[in-house]
Design a protein around this ligand. Structure first.
Ligand SMILES: [Zn+2]
Length: 54
């Protein structure tokens, strides 16, 4: 099984999970079901772009 870093859209929780499956954030569970997505699909949340400053 291949794992990948998943990130929650709402709370930003990060977990290394099986990339072939769909995952739901455990922290947001109960409030609202939130899907966790592979971190590399949204790299802007991992590290700010160095060319962002002007
Ligand atoms: Zn969450």
């Amino acid at each position: 099984m291949k794992t990948e870093l998943f990130v929650c859209d709402r709370c930003g929780q990060r977990e290394r999970l099986d990339r072939s499956k769909q995952h739901w954030c455990t922290r947001c569970a109960g409030k609202r079901e939130t899907e966790m997505r592979p971190a590399r699909e949204r790299p802007f949340s991992i590290q700010p772009q160095p060319d962002a400053r002007r």
